[in-house]
Design a protein around this ligand. Sequence first.
Ligand SMILES: *[C@@H]1O[C@H](CO)[C@@H](O)[C@H](O)[C@H]1NC(C)=O
Ligand SMILES: *[C@@H]1O[C@H](CO)[C@@H](O)[C@H](O)[C@H]1NC(C)=O
Ligand SMILES: *[C@@H]1O[C@H](CO)[C@@H](O)[C@H](O)[C@H]1NC(C)=O
Ligand SMILES: *[C@@H]1O[C@H](CO)[C@@H](O)[C@H](O)[C@H]1NC(C)=O
Ligand SMILES: *[C@@H]1O[C@H](CO)[C@@H](O)[C@H](O)[C@H]1NC(C)=O
Ligand SMILES: *[C@@H]1O[C@H](CO)[C@@H](O)[C@H](O)[C@H]1NC(C)=O
Length: 399
Amino acid sequence: MHPHLLLNISILCHFAGISGQYPLVQNVTVTEGGTANLTCRVEYNDNTSLQWSNPAQQTLFFGDKKALRDNRIELVRATSSELTISISDVMLSDEGMYTCSLFTMPVRTAKAYLTVLGVPEKPEIDGLTKPAMEGDHITLTCITQGSKPAADLRWFRNEKEVKGAKEVNASGKTFTVRSSLQLQVDRNDDGVAYTCRVDHVALAQAPQQATEVLEVHYAPRVEIIHSLAVPQEGQYLKLECVSKGNPSPDPVMWTKDGGELPDLDRVIVEGRELTFTSLNKTDNGTYRCEASNHLGTSSAEYVLYVYGESEFPHTTQIKYPNALGQHGTDHALIGGVVAVVVFVTLCLIIVLGRYLARHKGTYLTNEAKGADDAPDADTAIINAEGNHAHAEEKKEYFI
Ligand SMILES: *[C@@H]1O[C@H](CO)[C@@H](O)[C@H](O)[C@H]1NC(C)=O
Ligand SMILES: *[C@@H]1O[C@H](CO)[C@@H](O)[C@H](O)[C@H]1NC(C)=O
Ligand SMILES: *[C@@H]1O[C@H](CO)[C@@H](O)[C@H](O)[C@H]1NC(C)=O
Ligand SMILES: *[C@@H]1O[C@H](CO)[C@@H](O)[C@H](O)[C@H]1NC(C)=O
Ligand SMILES: *[C@@H]1O[C@H](CO)[C@@H](O)[C@H](O)[C@H]1NC(C)=O
Ligand SMILES: *[C@@H]1O[C@H](CO)[C@@H](O)[C@H](O)[C@H]1NC(C)=O
């Protein structure tokens, strides 16, 4: 750099520093539709004029003189040390670099950037089928337009945050933000509220949100609740058929052992309740209740065994046959155990048989011969008896 130029710059700075005669401005951020104040200050000023101009270099105010016809732009204060103007109902197009000029010789300027925030529109949730069927795959999409900078979208399932897939597209100066949530709905989603919330700097105090409540239809599920653990003769027993489905199932149907319920005074059916006022051993049997809606039918069973006074089991550890549908499982378990025992026994017999065969080839061969040679069954027996002596040999091997 040329030494003279350096000197000049330092003199200029020195002079400016002492006099303080230069404009000072600050960047301004305003929300769309709001009002922005643009302030330009000069610490020490003779009566040198100040001016504000917009990003298009148009003069807005020259001192207290309005230069541009725009009702939104007004003078707030004009003194020798300050020129403040306001822009109301700010639009996105107002954004840009504004210049404050101090008409000294040479002219000194300061630049203030006006940032306009785009307010996101109220979000909208799409993609909801009402009602949805249990198992349906649905994609909820939340969209908000007009944000600047791009808004953040967050999903909540009954207040608890869940992760969505966000996508941001620019459209002009603002952004369109979309967030989607993929769900496979089940009965637990029925009545659940999904909320999409917009977080944005222009919504500091009041975040915008949209909420949709899922309605899920599902086939009923039935359960029988009983009032006694050990039903005894003469006791009161209530069986309640609890069914849950959406739409709510039609009235439940009670049957006994696959047929109609016996028509007895002691047995009262009232909606989902089956009541025995006084149990009798003849009430034994499998009680079944069934509920259905247009999506399906479901049933539950209760096996009633009425204990007599004398047979009442005294140990508490006894496993009562009364159970809710689990009786099938118990049978399966016993069957399984029996199958394993039979299998193991068979294996032992085969192993033992092979062992014996290896060590007693002669005996087996002879016996087979007796049977092969015989023209009929009787002879075969005789032949076998003829070979009876060999049985003695067999005994020896077993000892
Ligand atoms: C702008 O300045 C005026 C006058 O000083 C004040 O009343 C108003 O609150 C200011 N507006 C903003 C947005 O700062
Ligand atoms: C500025 O102008 C006013 C009136 O026009 C005058 O009274 C004042 O002395 C001037 N100040 C300076 C520093 O020139
Ligand atoms: C004002 O905004 C402009 C443009 O965004 C930036 O370059 C500058 O550093 C900002 N000035 C201040 C003091 O923040
Ligand atoms: C964003 O742009 C892509 C491709 O340009 C388009 O497929 C997508 O639908 C757009 N998304 C939104 C939210 O507008
Ligand atoms: C059970 O029912 C039978 C026939 O209905 C009746 O004879 C008997 O007295 C009843 N037993 C009890 C304990 O009520
Ligand atoms: C009650 O049930 C038991 C076991 O299922 C059965 O042995 C008995 O005969 C039944 N009694 C009557 C009266 O049905």
